[in-house]
Write a protein that binds this ligand. Structure first.
Ligand code: FES
Ligand code: FES
Length: 152
């Protein structure tokens, strides 16, 4: 199969049971996407597929022929490592503790912004409800998404 990950095309042989999450972490050596529950319940594995946020643990890699996948490793600008505005907002708002959920929170937050769901803190909470943070950083995560979503 062939797919594009973070702008780079890959031609791969995959087992038909391989999840997108395992493909990224084990075959493409992109461990930024985290495995929390491996069952669609925590959001730690969130990536963008053709611009839409998905749980990579629930998606079979073989379904992604020709798809464009973006992971946390693909966000910063290549030339000068400039952070994506939402990555920068997470830093400025101190929106993490252990950081395990953070890649998924950021990828889901980008989806939330692209979908136009950053009108209020309540709206952000609703549309980010699939992303769990064991450290309880929700207030700061919402602040970061609101900051980036408003372009501040
Ligand atoms: S690891 Fe995919 S939702 Fe938890
Ligand atoms: S920062 Fe630790 S799980 Fe979210």
């Amino acid at each position: 199969m062939s797919l594009v990950v973070n702008g780079e095309r890959h031609v791969l042989t995959v087992d038909n049971r391989t999840s997108l999450l395992n493909l990224l972490r084990e075959q493409l050596a992109l461990p930024g996407t985290k495995k929390g529950c491996d069952a669609g319940a925590c959001g730690a594995c969130t990536v963008l597929v053709d611009g839409q946020r998905v749980n990579a643990c629930l998606m079979l890699a073989v379904r992604l022929e020709g798809a464009e996948v973006t992971t946390i490793e693909g966000l910063a600008a290549d030339d000068d490592d400039e952070l994506h505005p939402l990555q920068q907002a997470f830093v400025e708002q101190d929106a993490f503790q252990c950081g395990f959920c953070t890649p998924g929170q950021i990828m889901s937050g980008i989806g939330c912004m692209q979908e136009g769901h950053t009108g209020s803190q309540e709206e952000i909470r609703e549309w980010m409800s699939g992303n769990i943070c064991r450290c309880g950083c929700y207030v700061k995560i919402v602040n970061a998404i609101q900051q980036a979503g408003n372009g501040k």
